[in-house]
Every structure is written in structure tokens, then in C-alpha cells.
Write a protein that binds this ligand. Structure first.
Ligand code: SF4
Ligand code: SF4
Length: 381
């Protein structure tokens, strides 16, 4: 649904009540409305019914291996960066049944898992996340083998993007050219302007359905001053990135440094826990597993998120081809930043910073690149 038209001209102003009506309208149209909310001392993505479910007046402080929530001095609804969840948990769920078979006497009936009919409305999708969804679109829909479950969910998704008004301590989307401004892939985009009387939202449509939905809400055209204020918010976010990555020539750098001493150094710290792959909005690897019913009458096959950090993931007839932490970390980072480009035409990293924040030992992909770049002369290959 989203992204076909890119940005359309004409900005309008919505109040908090207008955003509330947007949520209830989407719900009345049959969407499952999902957005940010507070849970387990983090801002996660879950079902929301109204603006009162959003983390009003909260923000986050993020650093390598560290995340905490704090109060903001205002009542901003979207005044924080991305948290541990990403939208892939809805479009590419952690566990997806593929088929189920049942024994009936001497016959076996195999039934493919029906395609999902759920229609999602995602609220508060950030620019880096729009780019991550576009990357997963290429992975699941772009090749010769289309993932029909992903396709069904994706075709039924309505996206309300939010231009970031605050960069997190581990964000580097500006370096990767993937944020903080939402450029395409949304139905509606909003920029929140904090105000002591309550936030206002400069909104624009990015698709015909978005345009039609906005037309039904109570709104007024944005003044030049308000549009300029929204631009200023985005510019300040760009200037406030917590991290930076020199992306130019990254593929060539990593491919030329496959035996760099830094891979041994990072392997000393890496726990191979796989957290970085679980929180990454673009990582897509799965394993296939079978389950049998205890009475022996049926079984099913499912795909489950997996990680290149597990030994089993690269187990091939008698052993893992990536048996050391060094080789597994190197595989993850060189795939993400280099060979992904050969495979899918773009980097696999959108600079969201989640892998840095949620790494229990604070390994920072931007620092690892810097170390290899700085010590490129040490290359052993
Ligand atoms: S880099 Fe960090 S999050 Fe990723 S596997 Fe290693 S220890 Fe875990
Ligand atoms: S590699 Fe890290 S910074 Fe890049 S998209 Fe994945 S989680 Fe975000």
C-alpha cells in the first residue's frame, strides 16, 4: 500500500486529538494498530488503541551496552529513538508455521499454513526502519522465491512514519543515508513539533490511501513557519547523531581485510550471543524445524529466527564451517556491510544503532569499522 507515490506536496497540521482520531480511524477500518508503548522498562512495539498508550513525556538514553528511560520536560509523544523491537517481528515473525501434516489411517494429508489475513497499521515508523523494511522487501519479495507469508502481511500494511526529533546515542542513520527524514515507503509521515500547549504534528501523505485518510481528519494547512520548524527539527536531529560511520568504500575495505588482527581482538569480547542479529531490523536468517505431536498422528514444519552467531547455523555434514567467534563475528559484519551489497544491491545496515545498544559487552560496529580502517595497513591478506 505504501511507498508507491513517494512524498506528495502539501503539508498540514494535526493536533494530538487529530493523531488520536487517526488511530481510531485505522482501527475502524479493520487494521491492527501497532505502535510504541512502555513495557519492561523499554519502549517496545505492541498494540495501541489511542494516543494515551504512547510513551508521552518519555525518552531514552542509549550507549554501547546500555539503555535506560528518563522523563522529558515536555509531553512529546515520539521524543525517543528506536528501542529493542523492530517491525520485522510483525512482517517476518520469529516463528512461522509453514505446513502441517495429519495421518488419517494409511493416508497423510499435508496442508500448507494459510496466508495471514491480518492488516497492520504501524504507527511511528522511523526513517531507518522504512529503509530496513525496504531491504527486507528485496530479501523476501525481490528474488525468484517469494515468501508468500511476508508478502501477504506486507501488502496489507499501512505505515505512519515519524521523522525523528531526537537521535539516540548509538544512532548513525545520517552516515548510512537512511535517515532521519522519511523519504519514501510511508502512507503518512509526521514531524512532531514540541509545544508547551501540547505537541503539534506537521503531516504529509505519501500514498493515495494516506491522502484519503488525512482528508477525513480535522486538520488545517501548515504555515510556512510551521513547515520550516519541522525542517529545523530534522536538521537538529541530523546534527545530533550519537555515532558516525564512514560508509564510503566500506565493501572494498572489508573484503581487503579478511585477515585483519581486529577480528581476533573483537572475538576476545564477543559472547556470540546473537543479540545483535535478533535486534537488527534487516537480519532475516531462519532455521527450519519440525515438531511431532505426542500421539504420532501429526507433525508440522516451522521456520524460526536463527543467527549466524550460532554454531548450528553453519553446520554442514559433520561440522560448523564457522567454528570460532572470530569467524562468526567477521561473517556477520562483512555480510552486513559488504557482501550484502553484492547480494541485494544495498548495504544491510541502516544505522539504527540497536546492535550497539543491545550488545551485552558493548561491541560497536562503527568502532570496529574504524579500527579496521585505521589499521588497514596491518592487513594480512
Ligand atoms: S557482537 Fe555483541 S550482541 Fe553480537 S553476538 Fe557478539 S556479544 Fe552478542
Ligand atoms: S547492523 Fe546494527 S546498526 Fe546496522 S541495521 Fe543492524 S542493528 Fe542497526
Amino acid at each position: 500500500m505504501n511507498g508507491a507515490l513517494g512524498q506528495m506536496a502539501g503539508k498540514a497540521i494535526l493536533t494530538t486529538d487529530g493523531v488520536d482520531t487517526l488511530l481510531t480511524t485505522l482501527k475502524s477500518l479493520g487494521y491492527r494498530v501497532v505502535g510504541p508503548r512502555l513495557r519492561d522498562e523499554a519502549i517496545v512495539y505492541d498494540d495501541i488503541a489511542s494516543v494515551s498508550d504512547l510513551p508521552c513525556g518519555w525518552t531514552d538514553e542509549q550507549e554501547a551496552g546500555s539503555y535506560r528511560l528518563t522523563r522529558r520536560p515536555d509531553g512529546a509523544l515520539f521524543g525517543y529513538a528506536v528501542g529493542p523491537h523492530s517491525w520485522k517481528q510483525f512482517l517476518h515473525p520469529p516463528l512461522q508455521r509453514l505446513w502441517r501434516q495429519t495421518r488419517r489411517g494409511s493416508e497423510v494429508e499435508v496442508v500448507a499454513e494459510p496466508l495471514p489475513e491480518e492488516r497492520f497499521a504501524f504507527i511511528g515508523v522511523r526513517a531507518c526502519e522504512l529503509n530496513a523494511i525496504a531491504i527486507q522487501d528485496r530479501v523476501f519479495l525481490g528474488g525468484g522465491h517469494v515468501d508468500r507469508h511476508y508478502e501477504a502481511r506486507r501488502n496489507n500494511t499501512f505505515i505512519v512514519a515519524v521523522n525523528c526529533s531526537k537521535a539516540g546515542g548509538t544512532c548513525f542513520c545520517a552516515s548510512m543515508g537512511s535517515g532521519p527524514r522519511a523519504v519514501a515507503g510511508f502512507d503518512i509521515a509526521m514531524t512532531e513539533i514540541p509545544d508547551c500547549d501540547g505537541p503539534q504534528f506537521v503531516v504529509e501523505a505519501g500514498s493515495e490511501p494516506g491522502k484519503n485518510l488525512l482528508a477525513g481528519l480535522s486538520q488545517r494547512p501548515a504555515t510556512d513557519q510551521e513547515a520550516a520548524k519541522a525542517e529545523q527539527v530534522i536538521a537538529e536531529t541530523t546534527a545530533g547523531m550519537g555515532r558516525e560511520m564512514e560508509a564510503m568504500g566500506l565493501r572494498e575495505l572489508l573484503m581487503a581485510n579478511r585477515d585483519h588482527a581486529q577480528w581476533d581482538e573483537v572475538a576476545e569480547r564477543c559472547l556470540t550471543c546473537g543479540n545483535c542479529t535478533m535486534v537488527c531490523p534487516t537480519c532475516f536468517c531462519t532455521a527450519v524445524e519440525d515438531q511431532s505431536d505426542l500421539d504420532g498422528r501429526g507433525s508440522s514444519r516451522s521456520s524460526r529466527w536463527d543467527s549466524c552467531f550460532t554454531m548450528d547455523f553453519s553446520y554442514i555434514h559433520g561440522g560448523s564451517v564457522r567454528s570460532s567467534p572470530r569467524s562468526r563475528y567477521r561473517q556477520w559484519m562483512t555480510h552486513k556491510l559488504a557482501t550484502w551489497i553484492d547480494q541485494f544491491g544495498t548495504s544491510g545496515c541502516v544505522g539504527c544503532g540497536r546492535c550497539i545498544t543491545w550488545c551485552p559487552v558493548g561491541i560497536d560496529i562503527t568502532e570496529e569499522v574504524r579500527a579496521i580502517r585505521g589499521g588497514a595497513a596491518e592487513t594480512g591478506s
